[in-house]
Design a protein around this ligand. Sequence first.
Ligand code: ATP
Ligand code: MG
Ligand code: MG
Length: 506
Amino acid sequence: EDKRWPGWQVVVGIETHAQIKSRRKLFSGKITGTNPDEPPNKHVSPFDAAFPGTLPKLNSKCVDLAIRTALALKSDIQHRSSFDRKHYFYSDLPSGYQITQQYAPIALRGQLNIQMPNSSAVPVRIKQIQLEQDTAKSTLNPRKRISNIDLNRAGAGLMEIVSEPDLRSPEEAGMFVRTLQAVLRAIGASDGNMEQGSLRCDVNVSVNRVGRPPGTRCEIKNLNSVKFMMAAITHEIIRQRAILESASDLETCTVPQETRGFDENTFETYRLRSKEDAPDYRYMPDPNLGVLVLSQDRVQAIRDSLPELPWETRHRLREMYALSERDIDVLLSVDSGREVTFDGEKDVDGSGAVAMTHELLGQLSARKETFTDNSLTSDHLGELIDLVQNGTITGTSGKYLLRHMLAKPSSLRPAQITQQLRLTSLSSFSSSGHSNPTSTTDQELTTLCQAAITALPNEVAAVRAGNKNVMNKIVGRVMRESRGRADAKGVKALVEELILGGGDKS
Ligand SMILES: Nc1ncnc2c1ncn2[C@@H]1O[C@H](COP(=O)(O)OP(=O)(O)OP(=O)(O)O)[C@@H](O)[C@H]1O
Ligand SMILES: [Mg+2]
Ligand SMILES: [Mg+2]
């Protein structure tokens, strides 16, 4: 029993909308325009804008990611599913309907276990997973009294993941969303970022006296952080309980079924519409889309390539390094979602997070320190991994930077230390293909290569005579002089160019 509401049971079910991490939209093949820095209406096909005569074509990459999600959530994949039109009229929906899977969703009956501190795992049943389109983004300008529509997001792929009403407190609801986020990120199905809108939740809340049947639910729409979601549930519990307690006839009194919003300033929910004015969506099968048939083989292939799931990673860290649960939490928060890029592809240098985590554990044991003692925050470790992953520093420099940060703890961010120690990688035009040839790091690399060429005249002559193996000696020298800031392939290309010249190999 919860001390906050003795005698009452709280029932919560969550509908989660997760943006599918695919480069292209669900039906139009256009780039998914979810980057807020891009100009509005840049990525719009005639289909996204609902021009008459345009037809949908299902993006199979989105389907694969939905299958991954369904497998991670232990659901029954439906070998036949189909698409329906859900009609409503709003400026963010050009066609007047959203394509969704109302009658035959891609997956049914799943499960996600959540772990509350100091208690056993709570199984939460997943009712269904369905594919659907995202809407456009509308921004209201109250001063000019107009609303701006940006179709970049229109038609992007979403998964709606619906839970059964198995959650019993705001805390369990929060844990459910966090756990789901971690799964979606680990398998690369979604960024799962509530603040940026790639994960949006509707929560359904009801209360009933202990031992009595469940109450009538109210649905709170569009919560964009776990904190707000928990606050909304708490307010809803208090509100619904007050209605039921003030009733004259305790037996027949019910909370009116409503759709509600959440006010981020007052932390209260407010009425949007009652059940009576619930829209009639006039669902109908989409005549332009056939049945989605999934073969046994396709599902099996996705099952075989499923990345490690968070609870498996947890198990591995616990077994291999005997870390505490708290420490594992820290590492998992660093690790999440860095292994898979768009469309389920493995990130080429994506093992960066895993590699750096192993490096950290290795360096700590060399220093005879435990993970708990270490002063590095998960935030800083994450930034360090990003610096390596986006090429700002090389892997070698990353290890050096890590050693430095462990030896001299400070509040400086890894990027600042990188500047201070001048660890920024020396790019070369040939290695990255798009760096700025006049930048100082490029010039520095050219200078280093030229110095090596001057210092090793015999080797240079050998290379000119056609002995390519000698190249390694020149490259090795540049690598040493660069203190690990250059990458070997780029250096090799640049040295070759400097010795043999650009186009005179004929
Ligand atoms: N008594 C209850 N108390 C709290 N939540 C409930 C209760 N009964 C059902 N729910 C939850 O309500 C949600 C219902 O979502 P579902 O998508 O099935 O339908 P909907 O909300 O009517 O439709 P829509 O997708 O158009 O919003 C589920 O998450 C379910 O777990
Ligand atoms: Mg729903
Ligand atoms: Mg709903």
